[in-house]
Design a protein around this ligand. Structure first.
Ligand code: BGC
Length: 475
C-alpha cells in the first residue's frame, strides 16, 4: 500500500509537472518580449506605438483564448485540448521567430497569446481533475510557480542571446523546447477521469483513476465525481444576482489593482527602464532584468510558504506599501536625473524591492483569493470573468506604458502607479476579507448572509478549514 501510494504520488507529480509546462510557457512567452523588444525596435525601426502593439497582440490573444476555452475543453477533452495548445504554441513561435516583417510577427504573437489563454484555463483544470483531493492546493500552486520560473528563464535566455546576430529570433525560438515537450508529454498522458465521467465513459475513467491512485477499487471516488457533476451549474446572469455582485466586484477589483499598480510595466519593459536609468548597453540592462526574474521566483516561494500563517491582509498591506514606496523612489530619482549613479542604483534597488513586494502580495494573493471567494455555484463563470478582466487590465497598462512615458515622462508615470498602490491600500483596508483559516463553506455562508465584504472571512463556527482548493473549478 505504501509502495502504491508512493508510486501514485510520483505519477501525479510527473503529470502535474508536464501539464504545468503550459504555465512555464505562459511566463516565458510573456517575459521574453522585454529582452526581444530592444532588438526588434532596431531591426524593424518600430515606433513606440508599434512596440506597444507587439506586446499587446499576445494579450489580445490571451483574452480571446481564455474566454473561449471553457466550451472547447468540454467538447474535445482536456488532453486533446492540451495537444492543440502545444501545436498552437509551436506554430506561433515559428511564425514569430521567422517573421520577415512586423505584420507576421504580430500574427505569430497573437497565436502564442491564444495558446497562453487556452493553457491558463486548461492546464490547472487538468491538474486539479487528476490530482487527489489532499494534493490539489500544492499542485495547482505549482502551476503558478512555473509562471514565474518561465519569466525568469526568459530573462536569462534574453541575456545569453543578447550578443548574437538575430538575437530576438533566437530568444523566441527557444520557446519551441518547452512547447514541444508539452506536446510530446501529452501524447503519453491519460485523459482527465472527471471529463470521461462527464462523457459517460465510466469504464475508461475507472481504469485511468486506478492507474493514477495506484489502487484497484476507485468506486467511491467515481461516485463522488458523478454526484458533483449533478450540481447545478450557474448561468452567466446568476453572477449579477444581489448576493453575488459584491464578491464579483471584489474579484474584478483585485485583478484591477494587481495590474494597475504597474507590474507588467516592470515585467515587460524593465530592460527599457534600466536603459533609461543609464544602463546603456542592452546586455547589462537585460542582466539587471534577470535579477528581477530570480527575485520574483524566490518571493513567490516565500509567499506560498507563509500565506496561511501570516494571513492575506497583512501580506497585502505590507506588499502594497513596499510597492508604492519603491515606485515613488523611482519617480523621485527620475525627476532629477543629474546624479547619474544615484539614478542607476536607486532604480535597480527600487525595481528589485518592488518585485519582491509584488510577488509575496498582489502576485500570489490575487490568484489565491479568486479561488477562495467565489461560492461553488458561480465559481466557474465568476473565475473566468475575473481572469479575463485581469488580462484586459494587463493589456490596458502594458499597451499604454511607453506612450505615457512619452507624454507625461517616466517620473510621473511611476508616480501614477505609486498612487494606484495608495488607492489599493485604502481599497484593501475597506473591502478585502481575511480568509486565512476559514472554510470555503463558511465564506459562502457569510456571503449569502450578505455580510460586508470585509467580514466574509469571519469564522461562523468551529475552525474547519478545508483544503483551499478542495473544490476549485480552475480558471
Ligand atoms: C500576474 C501577471 C504578471 C506575473 C508576474 C501574475 O500574478 O497576473 O500579470 O506578469 O504575476 O510574476
Amino acid at each position: 500500500m505504501i509502495n502504491s501510494n508512493k508510486k501514485s504520488s510520483k505519477t501525479i507529480a510527473i503529470i502535474a509537472i508536464i501539464a504545468s509546462l503550459a504555465g512555464l510557457l505562459f511566463g516565458f512567452d510573456t517575459g521574453i518580449i522585454s529582452g526581444a523588444l530592444l532588438f526588434i525596435e532596431k531591426d524593424f525601426h518600430a515606433s513606440v506605438w508599434v512596440q506597444e502593439i507587439i506586446v499587446g497582440s499576445v494579450l489580445v490573444g490571451a483574452i480571446i483564448g481564455s474566454s473561449g476555452s471553457g466550451k472547447l475543453a468540454d467538447k474535445l477533452g482536456r488532453r486533446i485540448m492540451l495537444l492543440y495548445i502545444s501545436s498552437i504554441f509551436v506554430f506561433g513561435t515559428f511564425l514569430s521567430a521567422l517573421a520577415p516583417n512586423v505584420e507576421i510577427l504580430l500574427i505569430g504573437r497573437f497565436f502564442i497569446g491564444l495558446a497562453i489563454g487556452m493553457g491558463s484555463y486548461t492546464a490547472p483544470l487538468y491538474i486539479a481533475e487528476s490530482a487527489p483531493q489532499h494534493k490539489r492546493g500544492e499542485l495547482v500552486s505549482l502551476n503558478q510557480l512555473m509562471i514565474t520560473v518561465g519569466i525568469m528563464c526568459s530573462y536569462f535566455i534574453s541575456y545569453s542571446f543578447s550578443g548574437t546576430v538575430g538575437a530576438w529570433r533566437w530568444m523566441f525560438a527557444i520557446g519551441l523546447v518547452p512547447a514541444s515537450m508539452l506536446g510530446i508529454g501529452f501524447l503519453f498522458l491519460p485523459e482527465s477521469p472527471r471529463w470521461l465521467v462527464k462523457q459517460n465513459r465510466r469504464q475508461e475513467a475507472a481504469k485511468i483513476l486506478s492507474f493514477l491512485r495506484g489502487a484497484s477499487n476507485v468506486d467511491a471516488e467515481l461516485d463522488s465525481i458523478t454526484n458533483s457533476l449533478q450540481e447545478r451549474q450557474a448561468k452567466f446572469k446568476d453572477l449579477f444576482s444581489a448576493w453575488a455582485r459584491p464578491v464579483l466586484f471584489l474579484g474584478v477589483a483585485l485583478a484591477f489593482f494587481q495590474q494597475t499598480t504597474g507590474i507588467n510595466a516592470i515585467i515587460y519593459y524593465s530592460p527599457r527602464v534600466f536603459q533609461m536609468a543609464g544602463f546603456y548597453d542592452a546586455s547589462s540592462s537585460i542582466l539587471a532584468t534577470a535579477g528581477v526574474g530570480v527575485l520574483n521566483v524566490l518571493s513567490t516561494i516565500f509567499a506560498i510558504k507563509v500565506v496561511d500563517r501570516l494571513g492575506r491582509r497583512p501580506l497585502m498591506f505590507i506588499g502594497l506599501t513596499g510597492m508604492g514606496a519603491s515606485l515613488f523612489i523611482i519617480s523621485y530619482v527620475f525627476h532629477d536625473p543629474s546624479n547619474t549613479s544615484v539614478l542607476r542604483w536607486a532604480t535597480v534597488g527600487s525595481v528589485f524591492s518592488y518585485i519582491v513586494c509584488f510577488a509575496f502580495s498582489m502576485g500570489a494573493l490575487m490568484w489565491l483569493m479568486l479561488s477562495e471567494i467565489f461560492p461553488l455555484e458561480i465559481r466557474g463563470v465568476a473565475m473566468s470573468l475575473a481572469v479575463a478582466s485581469c488580462w484586459f487590465f494587463n493589456l490596458s497598462v502594458s499597451t499604454t506604458f511607453l506612450t505615457l512615458v512619452k507624454m507625461i515622462g517616466i517620473s510621473n508615470t511611476f508616480s501614477l502607479y505609486g498612487a494606484m498602490c495608495v488607492i489599493g491600500l485604502v481599497f484593501g483596508y475597506l473591502f478585502v476579507p481575511e480568509t486565512k483559516g476559514v472554510s470555503l463553506e463558511e465564506i459562502e455562508k457569510n456571503i449569502r448572509k450578505r455580510l460586508p465584504l470585509r467580514e466574509i472571512g469571519q469564522s461562523v463556527g468551529a475552525n474547519t478549514r478545508l483544503d483551499p482548493v478542495r473544490e476549485i473549478k480552475p480558471l
